[in-house]
Structures are given as C-alpha cells and as structure tokens.
Design a protein around this ligand. Structure first.
Ligand SMILES: [Zn+2]
Length: 277
C-alpha cells in the first residue's frame, strides 16, 4: 500500500479522458489513497468531484498563494462550503510563495492568515505551500494559532512517542533539516516528494534522514516534480513508488516497511478510516 499525500488529479489542463486514464492507472497501482489538492475555487470543486467519483480519493480545498491577487472574499466563503463535504480532508494548499515577483506579498499573507483561521474554525488539517519564505511561514502559522495547545487537543497524539499532532503538513518541504526539526517540535508533519530522489536534492534527502519517519508523509505533487528516473516528464501519482523506495534507503529500512508506515501516517493525518481501495 502507498499513500500520495499531495497530488493534483483535478489539474485544470487535464481533459476528462486524461483524468479518467490517470484514475485507472492509480487503481492498478499500489496506491491506497491520494489527496487531490486544490489551488482555487474551481479546482476545489473538481477535487470534490474526484473524491465523489473515486473511493480512494480525498480532497484538500483552498486557495494557493499564486492566486492572492485574484481571489475575492466570496471565494473564501466557497472554500468554507466545499470544506463541509465529508471527503474534504484538509484546507490546502495555502501559504506563501516568494519565488516569483514581490508585488503581491501583502495579499499572500492576508489570504494565508484567513485560511489558517478557517482551518482552525473547522478543526481541519492544514496543508502548507511555502517557497522562499520559510521563516515567515512559520511565524504566521504560530501567530494564527496553528500550533496552539487548543488546536493540538482536537487531534489524537502520535503513536510511538505520543507527541502532540497539530495536523499541519509542510507540503514538498524545501527548507533546512534544522527548521524541519523545529516544525516537528511544534507539532507539524513534513511531507517529501520527488526532490529526495534528485542528484541535487541533498537538502531534502538530509531532511528525510534526520526527521523520524513518524513525522513524515510521502507525496508526488503530480503533475509537477517527477522523481528520478522519470525526472522531466509529467508526474503522476503512481510514480510515488520511486519516492518511497528512496525514502526506505535514506531511512535504512525495507521498502515494504516504509510503504506501510507512510500509508498509516497519511491515513492518520487525513483521518481516513476505511481500510483500502
Ligand atoms: Zn501542489
């Protein structure tokens, strides 16, 4: 069994036929569950449709920081409504992306804060996108109560060391191992994908080595970031196998053990109670 904790089956450029073909490939793969992640209201609606169509698919609904200039307050209202769906498993992806221009940084922060508040109000997991804004992302999460004792009290503790879980996923985490450790101490979960397989992905590989596996999730971020040996192609969820294989090597455990633990972590994080597809 495998778990893809961040994929975009709802991707707007897929035709209906391409989406169905991908779904069939997922059904024929080792994947047990995927989290289909939105970046605006339209894609959140598609993610919910996917979740209704496929028992192994759950949705994350939210507005990506790239849409910070375009969103309107009605959109937050729409996300709130979509989040009430029984297969909406998280608010995401939300956060900060400072890689591109600088003219929307105020709006990004405002949109991010509004959606953390929404997740707190709805007591839902939070899925974070953070690029070139690592420290500020953490500061805003702290300020908005994403790691508050109250929030942590809503979710069961982690098995193993019984530490508190704030159900905050750092999707495709690209910061330092040191900051990842700080996140973990706050109650966050680190999600790793294709970069751990890249030759120039030493930083991500180091995070995989240092963070205990109980605090990790596996993800593809398909159609982006295809892992080696498929780097450069359009990514798809079944390629998660290459990521979990690499994770097992970095952790010094068997592939089967890594697959099992990462699937359990995903089911726990997104509160998926059914057994498998
Ligand atoms: Zn994504």
């Amino acid at each position: 069994m495998l778990f893809d904790a961040h994929t975009h089956l709802n991707f707007e450029k897929y035709t209906e036929e391409e989406r169905r073909t991908l779904a069939t490939e997922i059904e024929q793969s080792e994947l047990a569950f995927v989290i289909d992640v939105a970046d605006d209201v339209q894609s959140a609606m598609q993610a919910i449709r996917d979740a209704e169509d496929y028992p192994w698919c759950y949705a994350a609904v939210g507005i990506h920081p790239a849409n910070a200039k375009a969103y309107r307050d009605e959109d937050i209202k729409s996300i709130r409504e979509l989040a009430a769906h029984p297969k909406a498993a998280a608010i995401g992806e939300i956060g900060l992306d400072y890689y591109y221009g600088t003219d929307d940084r105020e709006e990004q922060q405002e949109l991010f804060r509004k959606q953390i508040r929404l997740a707190n109000e709805l007591k839902m997991p939070i899925m974070i996108h953070s690029r070139d804004a690592h420290q500020l992302t953490m500061d805003i999460l702290k300020e908005e109560g994403a790691f508050s004792e109250e929030r942590k009290s809503w979710f069961p503790k982690r098995p193993g060391d019984s530490s508190a879980d704030a159900r905050v996923q750092l999707h495709c985490y690209s910061g330092s191992a040191e900051l990842a450790m700080e996140y973990v101490r706050l109650g966050a979960t680190i999600s790793l994908g294709g970069p751990i397989t890249f030759k120039n992905g030493k930083k991500a590989a180091e995070v995989a080595r240092q963070i205990p596996i109980e605090y990790l999730l596996s993800e593809t971020d398909a159609p982006y970031l295809a892992p080696e040996p498929l780097r450069g192609r359009p990514n798809k969820s079944p390629y998660i196998v290459h990521i979990v294989r690499r994770m097992a090597i970095l952790k010094g455990i068997s592939y089967e053990e890594a697959a099992q633990i990462l699937t359990e972590n995903g089911k726990r994080f997104f509160d998926i109670k059914i057994d498998d597809k």
